[in-house]
Design a binder for this molecule. Structure first.
Ligand code: SF4
Length: 406
């Protein structure tokens, strides 16, 4: 049995619980997409709630499938984003795992709902459902998508969209926009995101002190608390522990036979099973597009609008295949990658990169073997344990076989 553990996980539970319980006394609440303009919202004094985080909790607790039918019954297809359908279904069923998990009776009522379609257009439909339910104002940012390069024209367009939501923020919060508060939130966000990047980069070491599966758990604060000192302090503690492990050559495995990259959404309901499967096969999944999505190293408080517009438009999911190929080709040598797993998520077309032959082209360009596994972020009915285990074990044998000939 693998006895490795990251002690900071205990602190994570406390941090997340405090974050949720804080909503009980929050004067004003804004809802925001996970890569939405959190720093701008924080500058108005909103506590920020992230429905995608709720979707992930519905996935990890495996309750999503209980609630999706309620959303389907009210007209949402079972083949669209299962964060959306499970979250809407849970609301229609008057249920939330926040109750048993963190002691919060219900999801926080919004005073303002804000989305950014830099990740997908689905968030607009999803959030609009709740705007209607709560009779709440809603504002959105719609940046240009699928870009090879994010240039001045695109950034200027997004800056205008950022500025356009300010009156809605002022009205809902009762506070005037204060550029210094925006700068302060951005400074804290930048600090946290750089620490998060350093946390992920400890996985460049072998044995790696953190896997993709650990990352999906420890990313909680960078999603929901960026722009706060709490997130900065959390990642300082986590980084210190991981660096200590690296210094002492303690990793998730004693020795790694294989190091993999994960592309696409986590399969939230099977995190534990998959994590154990890879470790049992002496394989460390050391990096991912997903965890890297919350690194915004372009944030710059001296240039707040331009730098946030750039950082939130540049993200991997919002880019062309050409740009994504460059991301991949930079990451693989840095992390010593032996192979790539593509999660082809049934209900998230936007964060699945295996549907148009990219894995094959990537293999041609890099020589690295790739494997596509079918599944879903929350709807476990689209994932087969047996088939996936067989595919993964065969893939690992193939990589081992190739290494033996090197
Ligand atoms: S990126 Fe995918 S999982 Fe995330 S909200 Fe959009 S459709 Fe859903």
């Amino acid at each position: 049995m693998n006895s490795y553990n990251i002690k900071t996980t205990r602190l994570l539970r406390e941090v997340m619980q405090n974050y949720f319980l804080n909503f009980r006394r929050a004067p004003k609440v804004a809802w925001c997409t996970s890569v939405g303009p959190a720093e701008l919202l924080r500058s108005f004094g909103f506590e920020i709630y992230f429905p995608e985080n709720h979707g992930a909790l519905l996935g990890t607790t495996r309750h999503a499938v209980d609630y999706i039918p309620a959303a389907v019954k009210s007209g949402y297809s079972g083949h669209i984003c299962s964060y959306t359908t499970s979250d809407i279904g849970a609301w229609l069923s008057n249920e939330t795992p926040l109750k048993s998990h963190y002691g919060l009776e219900k999801i926080p009522k919004p005073d303002l709902i804000v989305y950014n379609t830099n990740q997908c257009r689905e968030v607009e439909d999803w959030f609009t459902f709740f705007a209607r339910q709560f009779n709440c104002p809603i504002a959105g940012i719609n940046p240009p998508r699928y870009l090879d390069h994010v240039g001045k024209a695109e950034v200027e367009l997004v800056i205008k969209q950022f500025k356009k939501i300010i009156p809605a923020c002022e009205l809902a919060s009762g506070n005037k926009f204060d550029i210094d508060k925006f700068r302060e939130a951005l400074k804290l966000s930048r600090e946290a995101t750089i620490l998060w990047q350093e946390v992920l980069q400890t996985a460049k070491n072998s044995p790696s002190p953190i896997t993709f599966f650990d990352g999906t758990i420890h990313m909680g604060p960078i999603v929901v608390l960026r722009g706060t000192q709490i997130a900065v302090d959390y990642y300082k503690t986590l980084l210190e522990e991981l660096e200590n492990h690296v210094r002492n050559q303690i990793g998730c495995l004693k020795e790694e036979d294989c190091r993999l990259f994960w592309d696409g959404m986590p399969i939230w309901g099977r995190l534990r099973m998959l994590s154990d499967l890879f470790l049992q096969n002496n394989t460390a999944v050391v990096a991912s597009t997903y965890c890297n999505s919350w690194i915004f190293d372009d944030f710059d408080e001296t240039n707040p609008f331009e730098s946030t517009a750039l950082a939130y438009t540049k993200i991997f999911i919002n880019r062309s295949e050409k740009a994504k190929m460059e991301f991949f080709k930079n990451w693989f040598p840095e992390y010593g990658i032996d192979g790539v797993i593509f999660h082809d998520s049934k209900t998230c077309f936007n964060n699945s990169n295996a549907k148009f032959g990219l894995p094959q082209r990537l293999t041609e360009e890099t020589g690295l073997p790739t494997l596509v596994i079918e599944g879903d972020l929350c709807d476990t009915r689209f994932f087969s344990d047996g088939q996936s285990i067989t595919k993964i074990e065969t893939f690992l044998e193939q990589i081992e076989g190739q290494k033996a000939y090197l």
